[in-house]
Design a protein around this ligand. Structure first.
Ligand SMILES: Nc1ncnc2c1ncn2[C@@H]1O[C@H](COP(=O)(O)OP(=O)(O)OP(=O)(O)O)[C@@H](O)[C@H]1O
Ligand SMILES: [Mg+2]
Length: 250
């Protein structure tokens, strides 16, 4: 069983049988998404074997943006529990549900959790983790955040060749923590990826203190107010839009 923390703070289990068929808390699509006849959720996995590259920031912010239009479960599959820590600091209820599990057997069954139309999985910075081995095969889409620096990028390229391309799962690299003063580095990284036929998002996520502060305040960037909030929020909105375009064209 996996305990899901609801928007209202209630805790229920969803992987297992106890609440299968019940509605999630979300406002939209909940009635059609709930129940045994609902289609399986789309599973979006955020992955990079390296630490500190923006996986959790990407997972939390995309969960919040997608929750405006669909029912979203964020799965924190990282034993560090950063996404859970972030959401637990929220002064207000968040607009998506969250659960923490690193159990490979449970993660492998996420497609059966039909109360949600989208499940976003935040993963640990460990390529050999059983959690990753369990979620890659059931993923519908893998987003691979990385800073554009050559050392970060080359490590990610090796990971993609070893673990992502062979899986056949649709994916894109997302350049994160991009220094606005050296956008050329990001463009160079996109060119390198394109030459290797590795798909990358056109949208990039720039470095803003706003991202750190929003996490500290327990808020997705969409709900955070302060310096550069608009820029930081719009970067992730563009990412969400690009990912959705991919989903529409499949
Ligand atoms: N675009 C950004 N601008 C500024 N700071 C950022 C940005 N993205 C992430 N950060 C900060 O960088 C740090 C690492 O980000 P995050 O926790 O999302 O990475 P991660 O890949 O999930 O790390 P880990 O592998 O340890 O789980 C955090 O302090 C976060 O606030
Ligand atoms: Mg993380």
């Amino acid at each position: 069983m996996v305990a899901v923390i609801r928007q209202n703070g209630a805790t229920e289990s969803v992987i297992g049988s106890s609440i299968l068929g019940r509605s999630p808390h979300t406002k939209t699509e909940s009635s059609s998404a709930a129940g045994a006849s609902a289609p399986p959720p789309r599973v979006l996995v955020v992955l990079n074997g390296k630490g500190g590259v923006g996986k959790t920031t990407t997972a939390v912010n995309l969960a919040a943006i997608f929750a405006d239009t669909q029912s979203v479960l964020l799965v924190d599959a990282d034993p560090q529990g950063s996404a859970t820590w972030w959401v637990s600091r929220s002064p207000n209820p968040v607009t998506f549900d969250i659960t923490q599990t690193t159990d490979a057997a449970q993660l492998g069954k996420l497609k059966a959790v039909r109360q949600y139309s989208l499940i976003v999985v935040d993963t640990p910075p460990a390529l050999d983790s059983q959690a990753l081995a369990a979620v890659i095969p059931i993923a519908d889409y893998i987003l691979l955040p990385t800073p554009p620096a050559p050392m970060d990028l080359s490590a990610l390229i090796r990971t993609i060749k070893a673990a992502v391309t062979p899986s056949g799962v649709a994916h894109r690299v997302l350049l994160t923590k991009v220094d606005s003063r050296s956008l050329a580095e990001a463009i160079e990284a996109q060119t390198t990826l394109s030459e290797l036929a590795i798909p990358a998002c056109q949208a990039i996520v720039r470095t803003y203190k706003a991202h750190e502060r929003a996490a500290l305040d327990g808020l997705p960037i969409t709900h955070w107010r302060g310096a550069n909030a608009n820029e930081a929020r719009n970067d992730y909105r563009r990412v969400a839009e690009e990912v959705q375009q991919d989903w529409r064209s499949r």
